[in-house]
Design a protein around this ligand. Sequence first.
Ligand code: DC
Length: 219
Amino acid sequence: MISVAIDGPSSAGKSTVAKGVAKQLGFVYVDTGAMYRCVTLYALEHNVDCQNDEEVCKLLPFIDIELCIGGKVLLNGKDVTHDIRTQPVVDNVSYIAANKGVRLFLVDIQRDMAKDVSIVMDGRDIGTYVLPNANVKIFQVADVKERAKRRYLENIEKGIECTLEAVEKDLERRDYIDSHREFAPLCKASDAIEVDTSYLTIEESIDTIVKIIKEKVGI
Ligand code: DC
């Protein structure tokens, strides 16, 4: 069983790249961000303040998350693939991700997923906390201006109104919360290999990471 951890800041293109890497290698792809988004959506749907850690934790026993092969995300059996990408979720997910109870709950599920299959798992704390013994650890970064540009164009394509400045500010805000939280913050593992994708296409990013994995584990 081989495990690959891909961590890095928001909108560095991790999930697209991780998905492509998993496909090339025939590994299962696990999007841990989707799990934090599911808890956020559930809290919002139940009118629970996402900054109230205790109240959010009371919801956890009622939450069942399924990440299907192919990318569909189910929350208590309901398809929420699109709902977890909406603005209210984006605005609140950093608070949910800073909740230690939520993290412990999700990390258990994530470790379980990596037990029996070869996986590519993307997130913020995979190499440092979830899978400290991962065979390969990648820290994927990209310049904040490039990340903002990509996210801005994605939004426009989806018909979401925004300005480039607002997108950049929001990314900086999320980077700050994710890397300054007390428990399992976003940071590069000491044994992670940094890959800067600012000026790489998706295909080049995938190829770069696949090459690193092949060299490291000899497949
Ligand atoms: O990767 P993403 O944008 O879908 O992540 C959503 C949020 O969840 C983001 O604020 C970072 C957080 N997250 C985290 O703290 N730990 C992870 N392993 C994955 C995501």
